[in-house]
Design a protein around this ligand. Structure first.
Ligand code: GLU
Ligand code: ZN
Length: 435
């Protein structure tokens, strides 16, 4: 059977690394077997969802090259569909109207808490279908089975069991007529023929409710896989406190999407002791069975190491296109200077990020207007004054800037070492005098 997975973000913020990893696993799982990937925007929370977040999420996925075959679907555009299913459920009795007042529900809650019970709806209206005035305000609840249990075999965590006793009758339509979150997810997964639901572990508790609803609808039950959390370097839940959490912030800091993807795939998944994975290798080797159940801590050092690897192993032309974004962002005009691909070849070895590389290549394109204060302190000492004056005078005499010429100016015997780009960095800071 063809697999179909989805990434279903709620557009309440940017695409963070946790979401990106979930999307990656979901994408890899389906791409591994030639299946399809759906993007679904879960925007039912009208107050918290924004167009800005939708754009940011898509920008993040695009940057990472995680392409989708279908969508983006928007839940807010599917309310008619959800409501027609709810109407149908009211007719066949798998859902019912609940007329309980806020006061009654609050009192129930207080009593349950006072008795040390978990607060839950008591099923008051479950069997009173005909006893109410249909025009009175009501919500619609799902008639959850009261006996038995829901067991699902999580593809990452193994069998998980919930007793139906723990699940109350979930509200699926609010008083003002809007369908609720868990219900929309169920209808979407059904309509979009999702075969595997791969998502964050924070949704484990929703799964038995969703399975019960799917069952009541006679819909196929997808397989589920719940991915563990990503922690910060301090082993606490990853949050803004830890600096960059948005995927696009990693671009801004000079990481390559290839490096971030490689980092994220290994953060909670392994294949022997291999560390470096091209996208093609990830697709070949990825399996949910090898995804870890425990949370993984983010490690910037390792990400930097991978980034350094990709800076030096991707085709330099490709790295140069990424670099051009950074160079432009730093306001460096590269016209009249060496092509960026040469910068990549020259500085790749000593840079871990493209931001660093863009900073370091400034002198190839601009006049030297600022000194590195620390370096100046270290090197511009009294003792350096005389040799530097001599070198400056000799350099000024050069009429043609040829690589062979300036070692003579700098070293006593004229056999000074030049860098592998074949130029001294001082020479290239002199505008208009490049070879
Ligand atoms: N919208 C949910 C979230 O952003 C994901 C729901 C799901 O994957 O089922 O956490
Ligand atoms: Zn009720």
């Amino acid at each position: 059977m063809k697999t179909k997975t989805r990434f279903a973000p709620s557009p309440t913020g940017y695409l963070h690394v946790g979401g990106a990893r979930t999307a990656l696993y979901s994408w890899l799982f389906t791409r591994h077997s030639g299946g399809e990937f759906v993007l679904r925007i879960e925007d039912t929370d009208l107050e918290r969802s924004t167009q800005e977040a939708i754009d940011a999420i898509m920008e993040g996925l695009n940057w990472l090259n995680l392409d989708w075959d279908e969508g983006p679907h928007f839940q807010t555009k599917r309310f008619d569909r959800y409501n027609s299913v709810i109407d149908h459920m009211l007719e066949n009795g798998t859902a019912y109207r609940c007329y309980c007042s806020k006061q009654r529900l609050e009192k129930l809650r207080e009593t349950q808490i006072a008795n040390g019970e978990k607060p839950r709806y008591d099923g008051h209206c479950r069997d009173q279908v005909d006893k109410h005035d249909i025009n009175k305000p009501s919500v619609v609840r799902f008639r959850n089975p009261q006996q038995g249990s829901v067991i699902f075999d999580d593809m990452i965590r193994g069998p998980i069991k919930f007793s139906n006793m723990e699940l109350d009758d979930l509200i699926i339509r609010r008083t003002e007529g809007s369908p609720t979150y868990n219900f929309c997810v169920v209808i979407d997964d059904w309509d979009m023929e999702i075969t595997h639901v791969i998502r964050g572990e924070d949704h484990i508790n929703n799964t038995p409710r969703q399975i019960n609803i799917l069952q009541a609808l006679g819909a196929p039950i997808p397989q589920y896989a719940h991915v563990s959390m990503i922690l910060g370097e301090d082993n606490k839940k990853l949050s803004k406190r830890h600096g960059a959490v948005s995927v696009m912030q990693y671009r801004d800091k000079g990481y390559l999407p290839e490096a971030l993807l490689n980092y994220l795939v290994r953060l909670g998944w392994s294949h022997g002791d291999q560390e470096i994975f091209s996208l093609a290798q990830m697709k070949t080797h990825f399996s949910l069975g090898a995804v870890s159940k425990s949370a993984s801590a983010f490690n910037t050092k390792k990400l930097r190491w991978l980034n350094h690897h990709y800076i030096n192993h991707l085709p330099p032309e490709k790295v140069a296109t990424y670099l051009s974004w950074h160079v432009e962002k730093q306001g460096i005009d590269t016209q009249g200077g060496p092509p960026l691909v040469e910068i990549v070849k020259l500085l790749g070895e000593r840079c871990e990020t493209l931001k660093e590389m863009a900073e370091s290549c400034r002198y190839f394109y601009q006049e030297l207007t600022e000194f590195d204060v620390d370096a100046a302190k270290k090197h511009l000492k009294q003792a350096a004054h005389q040799p530097l004056t001599i070198v400056a005078a000799k350099l000024a005499e050069i009429d043609e800037w040829k690589v062979e010429k300036y070692p003579q100016c700098i070293t006593k015997h004229g056999n000074g070492v030049t860098n592998k780009y074949g130029k001294s960095r001082n020479a290239t800071t002199c505008r208009g005098h490049r070879r």
